[in-house]
Design a protein around this ligand. Structure first.
Ligand code: FES
Length: 90
């Protein structure tokens, strides 16, 4: 069972991606190097892989399965979109 976003956020380091849950759905908590944090739907728009298994390349979230890139700030992934929500600076 995944921990809640609030629980993970307390110990998430800048530059990391962590699996969490929000309202019972799986999400990826993304904390950028500048400490801006985002809750991103944990489903890659390419083939449904878990984005929480990915990594950050600068401000881009890279899916570990095939390398598609998501902008956690806007949710943009090429011409597709991923649900994202800002938590502000943490
Ligand atoms: S499932 Fe994410 S890049 Fe393919």
């Amino acid at each position: 069972m995944r921990p809640a976003v609030a629980e993970v956020l307390r110990r998430a380091a800048p530059g990391t991606v962590v699996a969490a849950s929000e309202g019972g759905r799986p999400v990826a908590l993304v904390v950028l190097a500048d400490r801006r944090a985002f809750v991103v739907d944990d489903r890659c728009p390419h083939d449904g892989g878990p984005l929480s298994d990915g990594f950050l390349d600068g401000d881009r979230l890279v899916c570990a399965r095939h390398g598609w890139e998501v902008d956690p700030c806007s949710g943009a992934c090429g011409r597709r979109q991923v649900a994202t929500r800002s938590l502000g600076t943490v």
